[in-house]
Ligand binder design. Structure first.
Ligand code: NAD
Length: 479
């Protein structure tokens, strides 16, 4: 069956593209074209925003009750649940995530988000009467308007759903601009939205590159921008939104630290780190790529980590046994290789990995899972987001020093502490300046807010806080 597509999803239907430009979706494993889809132009974005604008200004969706919208989103959730296997395979095919990760997270996590947002919406104070200081006040949460959602390629459905679902529940309409690497999953999503009965124009999808993304961000028909991606692009987008006083939320990069305390169960910690440090082949914003170990326990942790990571299977993402797949694109492979060379120039010691293809592979955009030891937190490999399977093990003197090193970062997205004493782990959690933190685990909970301190972003997704970004709050004073 061909995965090729020839239209965009605009105004509730399949719309012919304005230009003949095509995106070639290339398998990171075979380096062969797996599908072509139209590439959006500024004119296609204009059509999508116009449809979203009409649906917001005069369509039924914003005027329906929250309960009526919940019913439609519940139907979407039920349909999504039935297609998760297909969704996981599409995502692995287009961007190379190991199918084991896609089956665990790329497809199920978006569905879990929908269900979590539905629970939140059912209990949300859409309209409440408060005792004000002068009399009764009605406080209403109204939809913010037309939303532009811009996700990255690494967890495409995950980062779309965190915007689409709260937008829908709040009564907004939306234009989604998928990254050019990952358009295919959004076609399946559009079919499910259509089948669920989402009215025309409420969701519009146009895959395109950066420049067309900029056109969408600055479009006068857009009221709010919800962005996930690099910190560099986030800064540009925030500047445009600041100038235009558009609402904006940003989920950006990370360089998270995992603190391994001496009383941690080493075997359980290594199992945990294999996932939290290397999920999605290291292409994860929350990846714990700085491993902090005490000087007294340093070589034990380095050796255990080297052993755990060397045992991970690298290769074809569609092989269910694969744990680490290729990088999304050749430019990403080159970027990671440059960082591996840089780490050596900076004086870090390669414990496993290094540049060159992993054993047994001769094509595909692979890099060897690499562990650097003797890393100083001031090195660029410890400060900059690499976005690949490259870990730095950094020594600390004591817990205070570990927390200082964890906080010595421009980012503040995630972190973990591994310890035999959960209470002392919670003390560490309270002192690290990141938006999310895990003690002996890093499992995102979609009922709780997620987002970044510092250069990792502005605003929160998930939880009631994530829903609130799609509302404007109105106070009505009663006589
Ligand atoms: P990117 O910033 O290059 O692109 C992200 C998306 O924005 C793409 O759709 C791209 O086409 C678009 N885009 C880029 N520049 C734009 C601009 N100026 N105006 C409008 N649109 C623009 O990032 P990427 O390489 O695709 O993704 C990797 C980055 O995403 C990493 O930094 C990672 O940490 C981050 N990320 C963050 C989270 C989070 O929740 N904090 C989640 C996943 C990924």
């Amino acid at each position: 069956m061909t995965l090729d597509r020839d239209a965009f999803f605009i105004d509730g239907d399949w719309a012919a593209p304005v230009t003949g430009d095509l995106i070639e979706v290339v398998s990171p494993h075979t380096e062969q074209v797996v599908a072509t889809v139209p590439e959006g132009s500024a004119a296609d974005i204009d059509a999508a925003v116009a449809a979203a604008r009409r649906a917001f200004d005069s369509g039924p969706w914003p005027r329906m009750s929250p309960e009526e919208r919940i019913e439609v989103v519940q139907a979407f959730s039920n349909l999504y649940a039935g297609r998760m296997g297909e969704m996981a395979e599409l995502i692995s095919t287009e961007m190379g995530a190991p199918l084991s990760f896609s089956n665990l997270a790329q497809a199920p996590a978006p569905w879990m988000q929908i269900e979590a947002f539905l629970s939140i919406a059912r209990a949300y104070p859409w309209e409440e009467t408060r005792a004000g200081s002068l009399g009764e006040v009605i406080v209403r949460r109204e939809p913010v308007g037309v939303v532009a959602a811009i996700p990255p390629w690494n967890v495409p459905q995950f980062t779309i759903m965190s915007k689409l679902v709260p937008a829908l529940l709040a009564g907004c309409t939306i234009v989604v601009k998928p990254a050019p690497e990952t358009p295919l999953d959004t076609y399946l999503m559009a079919e499910l939205l259509q089948e669920a009965g989402v009215p025309a124009g409420v969701v519009n999808i146009v895959a395109a590159g950066r420049e067309v993304g900029e056109h969408l961000v600055s479009h006068p028909g857009v009221d709010k921008v919800a962005f996930t991606g690099s910190t560099a692009a986030g800064r540009k987008i925030a500047a445009v939104c600041g100038q235009q006083l558009k609402r904006v939320s940003l989920e950006l990069g990370g360089k998270s630290a995992a603190i391994v305390l001496d009383d941690a169960d080493l075997a359980a910690t290594m199992e945990g780190l294999k996932f939290t440090a290397l999920m999605n082949s290291g292409q994860a914003c929350v990846a714990q790529t700085r491993i902090l170990a005490s000087r007294s326990n340093y070589s034990t942790v380095v050796d255990a980590l080297a052993e755990a990571v060397s045992g991970m299977q690298v290769g074809d993402p569609l092989d269910p046994a694969t744990e680490i797949g290729p990088m999304v694109a050749q430019r990403q492979q080159e970027r990671v290789e440059k960082y591996i060379a840089l780490g050596q120039e900076e004086g870090a010691r390669v414990v496993i990995g290094g540049n060159g293809m992993p054993e047994g592979l001769s094509s595909g955009w692979y890099v060897r899972p690499t562990i650097f030891a003797d890393v100083d937190n001031g090195m660029r490999i410890a400060q900059e987001e690499i976005f690949g399977p490259v870990l730095s093990v950094i020594p600390f003197d004591d817990v205070d020093d570990a927390i200082r090193i964890a906080n010595d970062s421009e980012y503040g997205l995630a972190g973990t502490v591994w310890t035999g004493d959960v209470e002392s782990g919670l003390d560490v959690a309270r002192r690290v300046r990141t938006g999310t933190y895990g003690v002996n685990t890093y499992t995102m909970d979609f009922a709780a807010p997620f987002g970044g301190f510092k250069n990792s972003g502005i605003g929160r997704e998930f939880g009631p806080e994530g829903l609130s970004h799609y509302t404007e709050v109105k106070s009505i004073y009663k006589p």
